[in-house]
Write a protein that binds this ligand. Structure first.
Ligand code: NDP
Ligand code: GDR
Length: 374
C-alpha cells in the first residue's frame, strides 16, 4: 500500500486529491494548521463514517509550512512514497497585503519540504509534486502558454511560486530527486474558496436568485482565464508522479473565457439573460430577460457592478494553456468543460442557500451577510 502526504489537505485540491488517493488504495496523511475554528469541512466526510468511526487510512498531523522542525518530524514519521505540496496562501490579491508571509509559505515552504526529504535520506524513496501555477506566466509573453513559455510573475504570490518552481527543478537536477511541477491553470469546483471570482459569482447569483441580495460587486471583468474542474486536475497531479521520469507539465483546458462571460453563464443557470452596459468602473450588468418561474428577478434590475476595490495593483489579463504535453504523455484530458463546471457550481450553491433563504424569511440572521470579499 502506498503512503501519500498532502500539505494543504484542508483546501479545495487537498480534499479532491484525498478522495482520489483513498479510492486508489493509498494511506493518506495530511498536514493541517491549527485554527481557532474547525477548518476540515471539506474533508470531514472522508475522516470518519456516518457513525463517527475514524477512517484508519486518513491521518492528519498539525503542522505549518513555515516550521521546518514539524515538517521534518512528520515526514520522518510518515515515510511517504509521495508528497503533494499543495499548502499555500493561494489568493493573488491578498498576497499584495502579506507579501513577506507569502514568500515564506509559498516560496521557502517548498524548500523546507525538499530539504526535509533530502536530510532524512528519502531522495530515492519519496516523489514530490509541487503545486505550481499559470500565474507564473503573468504578463503575456506567448499564447497559448506552454512548458517552455518564459515566466513574468505579476504578484507577490506568483513571485513566491516562481521560487517554488525553480527550487523544485534545482533539487531534481542537483540530487536526482523525483520532484515535479504541475503548472496548473485555474481550476474551480463547489469546494472553491468563497473569495475566488468563480465561487464569488456562483454564490452571489444563487443568493440573488433566492431573493437574498440585490447584486454582486466585482473587479476586472475583462480578465480571461482558462478554467477547469478541480476534480479533473487532481487526477493530473497523481499522473505526474506515476511517470517513469520526473518532468514538469502544464495542465489546462486550452479554452479561455472572460470573467464577464462567466457571470453571464452563471446567471444563465437561473434563467436570467444579462445585458452589460457602460465601461470600466461604470460598467453594470442588467437583467434583460428572466425565463425561470422559480427565480423571479425583475427585468431591468442591476445585478452586477464593478467596484475598483477588487482591482489588483498589477493584473494578469490573459491565461490560456496548451495541454498538448499532458495529453500526449499523461494521456490526460478534462472530463468537464466550462458549461458543466458552471452548472455543477450553481447547483451546489443554490442547494446551499435554500436553507438560508428560509431562515431569512423567518427573520433570522445568516453568517454570510457579514462576509468580506476580495
Ligand atoms: P486553497 O486556498 O483552497 O488551499 C490552500 C491550503 O493550504 C489550505 O489547506 C490551507 O490551510 C493551506 N495552508 C495555507 N497556509 C499554510 C501554511 N502556512 N502551512 C500549511 N498549510 C497552509 O488552494 P487550492 O486548493 O485551490 O490550491 C492548492 C494549491 O495549488 C495551492 O498551492 C495553490 O497556490 C495552487 N494552485 C491552485 C490553482 C487553482 O486554480 N485552484 C491553480 C494553480 C495552482 P487552511 O485551510 O488552514 O487555510
Ligand atoms: P486568480 O483567481 O487570481 O486567477 O488565481 P481569482 O479567481 O482570484 O481571479 C481571477 C480573475 O478574476 C478577476 N476578478 C476578481 N477576482 C476576485 N478574486 N474577486 C473579484 O471580485 C474579482 N473580479 C474580477 C481577477 O482580477 C482575476 O483576473 C487563482 C488562485 O487559485 C491561484 O492560487 C492560482 O495559482 C491561479 O488561480 C491559477
Amino acid at each position: 500500500m502506498k503512503v501519500a502526504l498532502i500539505t494543504g489537505i484542508t483546501g479545495q485540491d487537498g480534499a479532491y486529491l484525498t478522495e482520489l488517493l483513498l479510492e486508489k488504495g493509498y494511506d493518506v496523511h495530511g498536514i493541517k494548521r491549527r485554527s481557532s475554528l474547525f477548518n476540515t469541512d471539506r474533508i470531514d466526510h472522508l475522516m470518519a463514517d456516518d457513525h463517527g468511526r475514524k477512517n484508519p487510512r486518513l491521518t492528519n498531523h498539525y503542522g505549518d509550512l513555515t516550521d521546518s522542525t514539524n515538517l521534518i518530524r512528520i515526514i520522518q514519521e510518515v515515510q511517504p512514497d509521495e508528497i503533494y505540496n499543495l499548502g499555500a496562501m493561494s489568493h493573488v490579491k491578498v498576497s499584495f497585503d502579506a507579501p513577506e508571509y507569502v514568500a515564506d509559505v509559498d516560496g521557502v515552504g517548498t524548500l523546507r519540504i525538499l530539504e526535509a526529504v533530502r536530510l532524512l535520506g528519502l531522495t530515492k524513496k519519496t516523489k514530490i509534486y509541487q503545486a505550481s501555477t499559470s500565474e507564473l506566466y503573468g504578463l503575456v509573453q506567448e499564447v497559448p502558454q506552454r512548458e517552455t513559455t518564459p515566466f513574468y510573475p505579476r504578484s507577490p504570490y506568483a513571485v513566491a511560486k516562481l521560487y517554488g518552481y525553480w527550487i523544485t527543478v534545482n533539487y531534481r537536477e542537483a540530487y536526482g530527486m523525483f520532484a515535479c511541477n504541475g503548472i496548473l491553470f485555474n481550476h474551480e469546483s463547489p469546494l472553491r474558496g468563497e473569495t475566488f471570482v468563480t465561487r464569488k459569482i456562483t454564490r452571489g447569483v444563487a443568493q440573488i436568485a433566492l431573493g437574498m441580495r440585490d447584486d454582486i460587486a466585482l473587479g476586472n471583468l475583462d480578465a480571461k482565464r482558462d478554467w477547469g474542474h478541480a476534480k479533473d486536475y487532481v487526477e493530473a497531479m497523481w499522473l505526474i508522479l506515476q511517470q517513469d521520469q520526473p518532468e514538469d507539465f502544464v495542465i489546462a483546458t486550452g479554452v479561455t473565457t472572460t470573467v464577464r462571460d462567466f457571470v453571464r453563464m452563471a446567471f444563465g443557470e437561473v434563467g436570467v439573460e444579462l445585458a452589460f452596459e457602460g465601461e470600466g468602473v461604470d460598467e453594470i450588468g442588467r437583467v434583460a430577460a428572466c425565463n425561470n418561474p422559480d427565480y423571479q428577478i425583475p427585468v431591468g434590475s442591476v445585478v452586477c457592478r464593478v467596484d475598483p476595490a477588487y482591482f489588483r495593483p498589477t493584473e494578469v489579463e490573459l491565461l490560456i494553456g496548451d495541454p498538448a504535453k499532458c495529453k500526449a504523455k499523461l494521456n490526460w484530458e478534462p472530463k468537464h468543460d466550462l458549461p458543466s463546471l458552471v452548472k455543477d457550481m450553481m447547483e451546489a450553491d443554490l442547494d446551499l442557500f435554500k436553507r438560508d433563504a428560509y431562515l431569512l424569511k423567518g427573520g433570522h440572521k445568516v453568517s454570510w451577510q457579514h462576509e468580506q470579499h476580495q
